[in-house]
Design a protein around this ligand. Structure first.
Ligand SMILES: [Zn+2]
Length: 237
């Protein structure tokens, strides 16, 4: 079973549910198709509608496994609600996140299986990835921009599947980083994101259906953050 409802139904943007708990500035929902963020990715945003009243869901705080949907209002909400996920924000984050897999794929291939040491996908069209790359020239990393944009133009299909965690753990290359590894589902499976012919890795985040849905990217900066931490910053063009 998928860890999140989002994993089962990635295209749902509007759903009805009920508030099961509330506190000032946050509610818990009976069911939620938002992505809660994690692994460096920001959470979804949404609009909550209760009768004639609305509030914005600005993020999700996961506390002891409970999802608190944070609101930009201290008003009290309860009962049935309609939730509309912010499609533009989802798209922006999914573009950057899918592009981060493409970057990761080329780094993994060109730099001897270099692993990810951190990642951050922001809601403002920028992101970064950190790699364990001790001895390489930063210009070689900057040079990947052209190949990444070629992979975007190629409109490669992106698909997801679920495999037992043990299989993911023992298959070389499927888990690139403890820092960005996805949560296992209740049955112990882990989600694999496949970019056709280019990359397969465990990931729980939001992605595009094909790479061609992304705008081109720019590699904006490559920095050395310690011997085992080469930081690549990128942005949607
Ligand atoms: Zn991912």
């Amino acid at each position: 079973m998928p860890a999140y409802l989002y994993h089962r139904d990635p295209d749902i943007r509007v759903f009805e549910t009920e508030i099961v708990d509330a506190r000032p500035g946050a509610v818990r929902l009976a069911r939620s198709w938002l992505h809660p963020g994690g692994g460096g990715q920001v959470s979804d945003r949404a609009t909550l509608r209760s009768g004639s009243r609305t509030a914005n869901v600005t993020g999700i705080a996961v506390e002891d496994g409970l999802w608190w949907h944070q609101l930009d209002s201290d008003e009290r909400f309860d009962g049935p609600v309609e939730i509309t996920i912010d499609a533009d924000h989802r798209s922006l984050v999914s573009q950057l996140h899918t592009d981060s897999h493409i970057l990761n794929a080329f780094v993994f291939r060109r730099f001897e299986g270099a692993l990810v040491t951190g990642a951050q996908i922001n809601g403002d069209g920028t992101g970064r990835m950190d790699f364990d790359l001790p001895d390489f020239d930063n210009d070689r990393l900057r040079g990947l921009e052209e190949e990444i944009n070629a992979a975007i133009r190629a409109a490669l299909p992106v698909e997801t599947r679920f495999v037992p965690f043990e299989e993911a753990r023992t298959t070389p290359g499927l888990i690139r980083s403890a820092a960005v590894a996805p949560p296992a589902g209740e049955d112990g499976t882990v989600r694999i994101v496949d970019i056709a012919g280019l990359d397969a890795q465990a990931c729980g985040g939001t992605h595009l259906a094909n790479t061609g849905q992304s705008r081109p990217i720019r590699i904006t900066k490559v920095e050395n953050k310690g011997r085992h931490n080469r930081r690549v910053r990128f942005a949607l063009d």
